[in-house]
Design a protein around this ligand. Structure first.
Ligand code: HEC
Ligand code: HEC
Length: 502
């Protein structure tokens, strides 16, 4: 079906459901009809209506190739597409150290992990763990977050009031920057060792998982704090972020069950973090532990922490240099009146955020294939959808028409879940404890290999394929994992076929 026909059909469906009257202040009857549209299906004989369009009318149907994650929202006006393209330029911009003859791109570091956003979010997709430890490979698209437990009344108050999500390592700051501009020492190298953990499936197949351990090699500023907590993170894929932001907060909170009152073994807790712009506590949605409330805040912090570029929403010219790294704070910076007093101007940040909100989710493939449909049923029957929740209707939003009022299929509840000791990083972030992770959206996951040339999954890329990613599930997801362990090979293959069609 051509896209416009689909969109019109969707509007008709929702109109019929009485939805176009708007969500806020909707009557109970309307709320019930919304619930009916997003209720999990029980019919696996054929695809659902609009199921192909994972991102609603914003879905990209154009490419199933390396550029599959790099398309603008398909329902974007021509004028806004021009902004998207300029934003793409900023996402790809390679920053240089100050002072430089081109002040438009200087201010890198002094400490940094990469010189551009794109260097980590490769092809707007996900990063990967290094093939080997330094110096045989670099870990550019992945890094270690650092923090320490609160030790003073002041630090406890910062966390309790949620004005801070973590207490940064006193010398090294909030993340380990493995690169530095000339004349400065890098902070060190992430060092990974893997241990093999065999898992035997019901049919006798043995899968060897690799369990990583992380340390910091060659620390550049003395020993790390004895209580330091490390959290490895690979860069996430950039698709559909504006749509995730447009999910009504009430729809997310409605699924939270912190005390597990329904007794299904799955709790689901919202992260609650500081929204710098709104100056209040807000629902966390972005990052592997939902540590950021908005695409804007996540992007602004990435500018400062990952690249060392100051901006109106993350102002320090020295990025993540701490007061204990004074030479670093004294280094020349690229703040300039031409950029509103920062290294990146307000317009640059706005365009970057616009770009980051509008990378389209690719359309589903093969969704009417009998194996894919059987795999979908297994996904539902195994309890995966308790966390990887299939669909939502986004809220209306006049300022962001691309994301407004769309039926979307992200396969996430955006909540935190205890995933057991195997995946635990032991490092709290906001309300997320050391065993909790945010359910990642699964849309587009089947194109990871096409776009990024690999199939490394989970927060630190330890899983080498989708089956390994599932077998790492524990804690609240233990029962769902056991169902997969008990499957025949044919069923497992169908489940994976379904995931690969997303
Ligand atoms: C050094 C690698 C690196 C660079 C450079 C980088 N990122 Fe990221 N990005 C990450 C990692 C790692 C995460 C996950 C962060 C976490 O869990 O705390 C992430 C997460 C994100 C997310 C949240 C995605 C989601 O699904 O929740 C956004 C948005 C984002 N980055 C935007 C940007 C922008 C914009 C830039 C450039 C200013 C940038 N990033 C530069 C590594 C990087
Ligand atoms: C209790 C909630 C929960 C249940 C149930 C659950 N998952 Fe997950 N899933 C998560 C969380 C949280 C992560 C991220 C864990 C991490 O990165 O350490 C995840 C990660 C994944 C990933 C990797 C995603 C990525 O971007 O790297 C896949 C694939 C996946 N789950 C599939 C499944 C399947 C299939 C099932 C059912 C058999 C399932 N999950 C059941 C919460 C859940």
């Amino acid at each position: 079906m051509p896209r416009f026909a689909l969109v019109t059909a969707l509007a008709a469906l929702l109109l019929a459901a009485g939805l176009l009257a708007g969500r806020s202040g909707a009557s109970q009857g309307e709320a019930d009809r919304v619930a009916a549209v997003v209720a999990p299906t029980t019919d696996f004989s054929k695809p659902e209506r609009f199921e192909r369009m994972s991102g609603g009318a914003a879905t990209s149907t154009k490419y199933v190739n390396r550029d599959a994650f790099s398309q603008p929202s398909a329902n974007m006006s021509f004028e806004r597409q021009l902004d998207f393209r300029v934003g793409n330029g900023i996402f790809k911009k390679v920053w240089v150290s100050a002072p430089a003859s081109t002040t438009a791109s200087d201010g890198l570091g002094p400490l940094f992990n990469a010189r551009s956003c794109q260097r980590c979010h490769l092809k707007d997709g996900r990063g990967h763990p290094p093939a080997a430890n330094w110096p045989d490979d670099n870990a550019t698209s992945m890094f270690l977050r650092l923090s320490v437990p609160p030790r003073t009344a002041e630090e406890r108050e910062l966390l309790d009031s949620r004005r801070a999500r973590v207490i940064p390592e006193p010398v090294y700051g909030g993340q380990l920057q493995d690169l530095a501009i000339q004349g400065h020492r890098a902070e060190g190298k992430m060092w990974i060792t893997y241990e093999t953990v065999p898992v035997t499936l019901a049919d006798g197949t043995v899968v060897e998982l690799r369990k990583p351990s992380y340390t910091v090699a060659e620390p550049g500023y003395g020993p790390l704090d004895p209580e330091v907590m490390l959290s490895p993170r690979v860069a996430q894929s950039m698709i559909g972020l504006g749509l995730l932001e447009a999910i009504d907060e009430a729809d997310i909170l409605a699924q939270a069950d912190p005390e597990d009152r329904d007794g299904d073994g799955i709790s689901g807790r919202p992260n609650r973090v500081w929204d710098d712009e709104a100056q209040r506590v807000a629902l966390g949605r972005f990052g592997w532990k939902a540590g950021n409330p908005t695409v804007r805040q996540q992007s602004a912090h990435a500018f400062r922490g990952d690249i060392g570029i100051s901006n109106v929403a993350a102002a320090a010219a020295w990025g993540d240099c701490t007061a204990a790294q004074d030479r670093c704070r004294d280094a020349p910076h690229g703040n300039t009146p031409a950029h509103d007093g920062f290294e990146a101007s307000n317009v640059m940040l706005d365009l970057l955020v616009f770009y980051s909100r509008n990378l389209a989710v690719p359309a589903r493939r093969d969704l009417d294939d009998p194996d894919v449909l059987a795999g979908k049923k297994l996904f539902y029957d195994s309890g995966c959808i308790a966390c990887h929740r299939p669909k939502y209707v986004t809220r209306r939003d006049e300022k962001n028409p691309e994301q407004s009022f769309q039926l979307i299929w992200p396969y996430t509840d955006l909540l935190l879940h205890d995933m057991g000791p195997g995946l635990a990083d032991g490092r709290p972030e906001g309300d997320a404890n050391g065993r909790e992770w945010r359910t990642p959206p699964l849309w587009g996951i089947g194109l990871t290999e096409t776009v990024n040339g690999h199939t490394f999954f989970l927060h630190d890329g330890r899983a080498r394929n989708l089956l390994e990613a599932i077998l790492w599930h524990g804690g609240e997801a233990e029962a769902a994992k056991r169902k997969v362990v008990a499957m025949s090979k044919a069923e497992r293959d169908q489940l994976i076929r379904f995931l690969n069609s997303l």
